[in-house]
Design a protein around this ligand. Structure first.
Ligand code: PGA
Length: 251
C-alpha cells in the first residue's frame, strides 16, 4: 500500500510572518489525530526557518521549492542542500514546470538536483507534465516519458524514495483540472515507465501525485484513482481550510 502524500506548493507567496500564521493554522486544523496522509508544506526559502520552527513536533513535513545540485560555491542566488538540512527541511520540489519554463531547469539539471537531494536524505518531489500544445498534438506520452527517464536517470535503488508529481502545465493555476480519467491514464503511463526503469515492484512502491487546480471539490475523485497517490497543491494550499479539505479527501 502506498501512503498518500499531499504537499502544498506555496510558490512565491507569503512573507515569513504570514507563513508562520498559515503554518500554525494548518497544524491546528490538522490536530494531533493520526492522519494516514503524509502532509507537507513547501514555502519560499526565506520562510523556511519560521515554518520549520512552527511545525516542529507536528506530523507536517517541510519542503523547499528548489535547490542547487552543487554542495557550495560561486552560484550567486542559489541554495544548497546542507543549508536546507540544517533548518529541518525534509522534502524538495524539483523540476516544477515554472522552473522549467522561467528558470531553465532541464531534465539534466533536474536529474543532478535529484541525485543531490537524495544524497542529502531528502524526499525529492520531481515534477513532470505536458503543455496544452503538446497534449493537443498527441505528444503527451512522449513528453512525459522523456521527462521521467531523463529526470530520474541513474538513481539506482534510491529511485524508490522519489515522489513523482504529474502536473499537466495546462491545468496549473488555470482552474482547468485534468479529469480523473485523463490523469489516471498518464499516471499509469508513468508507473509503466518506472517499471521499465526500475522493475515492477519498485514502480508499485513509488508515489505519484497529481497537481494542477486540485481543490476540495475534485480532490477525492482524483485521489480515488488507482495510480493517483496524493496531490501537489498550489492555489488551494494558501488557505488552511481548503488545504485541509484536500488532505481529508485523501484519508
Ligand atoms: P495549482 O498549482 O494548484 O495552483 O494549479 C499546482 C502546482 O503548480 O504545483
Amino acid at each position: 500500500m502506498r501512503r498518500k502524500i499531499v504537499a502544498g506548493n506555496w510558490k512565491m507567496n507569503k512573507t515569513p510572518a504570514e507563513a508562520k500564521v498559515l503554518a500554525a493554522e494548518i497544524a491546528n486544523a490538522l490536530g494531533a489525530a493520526p492522519c494516514p496522509v503524509e502532509v507537507v508544506v513547501c514555502p519560499p526559502y526565506i520562510d523556511l526557518p519560521a515554518v520549520t520552527e512552527t511545525l516542529a513536533g507536528t506530523q507536517i513535513g517541510v519542503g523547499a521549492q528548489n535547490m542547487h545540485n552543487e554542495p557550495k560555491g560561486a552560484f550567486t542566488g542559489e541554495i544548497a542542500a546542507s543549508m536546507l538540512q540544517e533548518i529541518g527541511v525534509k522534502y524538495v520540489i524539483l523540476g516544477h514546470s515554472e522552473r522549467r519554463t522561467y528558470f531553465a531547469d532541464t531534465d539534466a539539471t533536474v536529474n543532478a538536483k535529484t541525485k543531490a537531494a537524495l544524497a542529502a536524505g531528502f524526499t525529492p518531489i520531481v515534477c513532470v507534465g505536458e503543455t496544452l500544445e503538446e497534449r493537443e498534438s498527441g505528444k503527451t506520452e512522449t513528453v512525459v516519458t522523456t521527462q521521467i527517464r531523463g529526470s530520474l536517470a541513474d538513481l539506482g535503488a534510491d529511485i524508490a524514495k522519489v515522489v513523482v508529481a504529474y502536473e499537466p502545465v495546462w491545468a496549473i493555476g488555470t482552474g482547468k483540472t485534468a479529469t480523473p480519467a485523463q490523469a489516471q491514464e498518464v499516471h499509469a503511463l508513468i508507473r509503466k515507465t518506472l517499471a521499465e526503469m526500475a522493475g515492477e515492484e519498485t514502480a508499485q512502491s513509488i508515489r505519484i501525485q497529481y497537481g494542477g487546480s486540485m481543490k476540495p471539490e475534485n480532490a477525492a475523485e482524483l485521489m480515488a484513482q488507482p495510480d493517483i497517490d496524493g496531490g501537489l497543491i498550489g492555489g488551494a494550499a494558501l488557505k488552511a481550510d481548503s488545504f485541509l479539505a484536500i488532505v481529508k479527501a485523501g484519508c
